[in-house]
Design a binder for this molecule. Structure first.
Ligand code: PLP
Length: 445
């Protein structure tokens, strides 16, 4: 085979790799095909984003119509385009919090960077120039731009760049499986987590902290479902210190948990909500920050002395992406997608139940269409991460695309998947797991 000379610098990939990447060329329903003609069920909705599958004709038509009518007009300096304004109205109607306005960007990372700047601007409007620090969780994922990457609590995102920036602080990951949680009741573990947050706020000084950002369920960090009592207690601490709460719903938004927003599902009351991925079912790049009424009112008043909100992107509210997002919201409503997820998720968990207590399995968990199996290290000399990587590799051989984070293999089927399709995915996963159990060693060692 001719040596491969890469010209694409691939994200989250070692640049030293000289092998050919796996190239996907076509998608239909919940299936994709590679350049060799092999087909795969998409067990993780692309990157937890192609929620409506790969061939939703209404989204294709919405994009084509908008391309033909007005392919671009910006939203800067009080001149905008009609479709972006209409999308903001749609989101205001759907919002799970008392709404101010929506700011648009292009990616989850940009939405989170924008939310931090909104928090900084908010505090400046109140004369609190010292409130600059952002708190997030170890294990949380908020993107990879300089600020969002600093908020992300995963070392591989920091290594190589000298991140995080100094004003980004971390609290422990609210993981009920963490070693610290063992031997504690859930209530005591939540007490412990809240004490750590209180200690951090006291040590840094509340008057230096702008915002706390967290995912309702930690996705990319390995599908971590915090104890139910955790966020209400976090919110109580934040409210007491006037620290803004940013809910990162980039993954959980638009039906993944069985509700339109996890904010509603878990009874949260964030000041800002960041959204991306499912907003357009990934058919066009678009993200958003829902700005709650209290923050918006303060900003609107404070801007009289500070001046314009000096932030935004050429493609903030790109009309083609906005048209696709509007149609996505219409499909979610017309097809009752969140209710379908709520009804079908128990079947996914029932299928995954066979792994509870199985050889080399440490944990099985899930919520809505977001589930995970965590393997134990040690099977025939396997080190940490080997088992997850082995099962993922065998799943590819068996026609199923999954994502492994260390020894955790995540399931996030497209939200349109039927119960039967979900069952087929889990069967392929089980077949992959069984062949790994039978192998004498890891393919990675
Ligand atoms: N926030 C969460 C919860 C995510 O899972 C991601 C991406 O996976 C991001 C933010 C960053 O989004 P993007 O990759 O579009 O910048």
């Amino acid at each position: 085979m001719a040596p491969h000379t890469p010209t694409l610098l691939e994200p989250h990939t070692p640049p030293s790799l000289r092998t050919e990447p796996h190239v996907i060329v076509r998608g239909e329903g919940i299936t994709v095909w590679d350049s060799d003609g092999n087909s795969y069920l998409d067990g993780t909705s692309g990157m937890l984003c192609t929620n409506l599958g790969y061939s939703q004709p209404r989204l294709v038509r919405a994009a084509a119509r908008q391309m033909a009518r007005l392919p671009f007009f910006a939203t800067f300096a009080h001149r905008t385009n009609d479709v972006t304004s209409a999308l903001a109205e749609d989101l205001a109607r759907l919002s799970p919090i008392p709404m101010g306005r929506t700011f648009f960007a292009n990616s989850g990372s940009e939405a989170n960077d924008s939310a931090f700047k909104l928090a900084w601007y908010y505090h400046r409007c109140l004369g609190r120039r010292g409130r600059t620090k952002i708190i997030s969780q170890k294990g949380g994922y908020h993107g990879t731009t300089t600020a969002a990457g600093s908020a992300t609590g995963l070392e591989p995102i920091h290594r190589g760049f000298g991140l995080p920036l100094p004003s980004f602080l971390k609290v422990p990951c609210p993981d009920p499986r963490a070693p610290q949680a063992q031997g504690m009741t859930e209530e005591r573990y939540v007490d412990h987590l809240i004490a750590r947050l209180e200690q951090l706020v006291a040590a840094e000084g509340a008057d230096t902290i702008a915002a706390f950002i967290a995912e309702p369920i930690l996705g990319a960090g390995g599908v971590i479902i915090p104890p139910p009592g955790y966020y209400p207690r976090v919110q109580e601490v934040l409210a007491r210190h006037d620290i803004l709460f940013i809910a990162d719903e980039v993954v959980t938004g638009f039906g993944r948990t069985g509700a339109m927003f996890a904010t509603t599902e878990f009874g949260l009351s964030p000041d800002l909500i960041t959204l991306a991925k499912g907003l357009s079912s990934a058919y066009a790049p678009i993200s958003a920050v829902m700005v709650g009424q209290r923050v918006m009112d303060t900003i609107a008043e404070g801007s009289k002395s500070i001046g314009a909100f000096g932030h935004g992107f050429t493609y903030s509210g790109h009309p083609v992406a906005a048209a696709v997002a509007r149609e996505t919201l219409a499909v979610l409503a017309d097809e009752g997608i969140p209710a379908h997820v709520r009804d079908t998720a128990p079947r996914l968990m029932k299928c995954l139940d066979v792994f509870r207590g199985a050889e080399a399995v440490r944990d099985v968990r899930g919520y809505g269409f977001l589930a995970a199996v965590t393997f134990a290290a040690g099977l025939r000399g396997r080190r940490e991460g080997d088992m997850g990587a082995d099962v993922m590799a065998r799943a590819v051989d068996n026609g199923l695309l999954l994502r492994a984070v260390g020894d955790t293999v995540a399931f996030a089927p497209p939200l349109v998947s039927t119960a039967e399709e979900v069952e087929v995915m889990v069967n392929l996963f089980e077949k992959s797991y069984r062949s790994v159990l039978a192998e004498p060693r890891s393919v990675y060692r």
